[in-house]
Design a protein around this ligand. Structure first.
Ligand code: SF4
Length: 249
């Protein structure tokens, strides 16, 4: 199992690798940096997925379907929260719908786990799920990332997708999302960007989301402040940690 330090999950599962930057939230994509590192270490799964641009590496746009890891969760007996595709976006245009259906099949056969699917392409997620008539499952949570107000329409795409649990990740939060409509969204994760080029998160933006969550009964999870040294800035907000999880309603 791929253990992870991501605060809101237990493990990662990557049946797909590789992606393409689409909005400002992707600029400092952690997966992109990690893929370049893994390629340099000689891991074939990540070969050719990134290229050098100036003094950093960026995605080439190529995605790789990893047949070898497709059935990995079937071998995991112990229940886990599993972040699906931490190193890609399952709904990237080049991931065939048939492959997504196979991912669904594995999830359906392993109800002991809880799957967390996070995409910046919720429009395609809705389209694929509805056209293939993939079932809404209690243990498969569907989410989208929203980094600022310019991409708030992703919440509408998510809301109109059949799901039992819907969530939003406001990370990296790089602008106010005070007008976010959280109706029908069961869980909100909030986090500042971390790493050497991180952009700051204003505490006021976090306050706006927390109050919004209170109004809609959305569970609130505060992941981190971020910054160059995320350990130093920590994850305390209003003198406490916030680790709420969604409930089936
Ligand atoms: S969609 Fe996700 S994985 Fe793809 S570039 Fe953006 S942040 Fe990275």
């Amino acid at each position: 199992m791929a253990e992870t330090s991501i605060e809101w999950t237990d493990a990662t599962w990557n049946p797909v690798a590789g992606c393409l930057i689409i909005t400002p939230g992707c600029t400092n994509c952690y997966a992109m940096r990690m893929a370049a590192r893994l390629e340099a270490m000689g891991v074939p799964k990540y070969a050719g997925l990134t290229r050098k641009s100036g003094n950093r590496y960026i995605w080439t746009g190529k995605v790789r379907l990893d047949e070898a890891s497709l059935e990995t969760p079937l071998k995991w007996r112990k229940p886990r929260k599993i972040f699906v595709n931490s190193m890609s976006d399952l709904f990237h245009d080049d991931v065939p719908a048939e492959f997504i259906a196979r991912v669904w099949d594995v999830m359906q056969r392993t109800p002991q786990h809880t799957y967390q699917i996070l995409t910046k392409r919720p429009e395609r997620m809705r389209e694929v799920i509805t056209s293939l008539d993939l079932p809404a499952l209690e243990h498969v949570w569907l989410g989208t990332s929203v980094e600022n107000a310019a991409v708030l329409s992703r919440l509408d795409d998510l809301r109109s997708t059949p799901a039992i649990i819907r969530f939003v990740s406001f990370e990296p939060l790089i602008g106010s999302v005070a007008t976010a409509d959280l109706r029908g969204i069961h869980w909100a994760i909030v986090g500042g960007e971390s790493g050497p080029r991180s952009r700051p998160m204003d505490e006021k933006w976090v306050d706006e989301i927390r109050l919004n969550c209170l109004a809609t009964g959305t569970a609130f999870f505060f992941k981190q402040w971020g910054g160059k040294n995320k350990k130093a800035t920590g994850r305390t907000y209003l003198n406490r940690t916030w680790d709420e999880l969604p409930r089936v309603q």
